[in-house]
Design a protein around this ligand. Sequence first.
Ligand SMILES: [Zn+2]
Ligand SMILES: [Zn+2]
Length: 213
Amino acid sequence: MDIDIKVTGVIAEMTHPEAIHPAGSGFLLKIGFFLNDTLKVIGEDGKVIKTQRCYEQKILTRYSTQIRDASYVEQLAYRTLHENMDMDPQAAKKAKAEVARTIMNKMESARYDDPSIWNICLEIRVECTIEINDEEVGEPNGEHGCNRLLERLGDDDCAICHEEFNSTKHIVVTTCHHTYHRSCLFKWFSHGTHTCPTCRSDLAPVAGLPIKF
Ligand SMILES: [Zn+2]
Ligand SMILES: [Zn+2]
């Protein structure tokens, strides 16, 4: 199993207090986590035989006084990615330090630029690619693990084109747990709609647009 992690952080919004904020509560931090999990199954010849993407998002709200130190933020990152967003535990372990570092750095630089800032909305995107061998498919790796991506394939068909999933096409599992061909979903987005074709959930971050705080 090969795990590759990329983390990016962007300050989406900073606002000043509308009223005097409670003394000692620090500033309000909203962290929008967006996880893009990619699973690649590699065949005997070293070629990718299956690619699946799975997206999850979550927004956390904390006061800066609740953010105690780097190890606390690491724990928060691990819990959010693994327990709330179903990221593979090994991948979440690998990602947590970088996610925590990104959060701490962005918080510091926002406050450095303007110490009177009261609300900070911070967007953290985590891209995780897991490569597994064909033989590893089906091996137990915990409740979450990468096999959950394969399980999601199930006996579904694509809710856009109604064709059964063919293993060679890219499959996308959305944050609302609906499953589509990647090409079908992005064709749908190209009409300017960024909601799920099945349940109308907001899929703007899946289409590469910012998280709505
Ligand atoms: Zn389709
Ligand atoms: Zn949906």
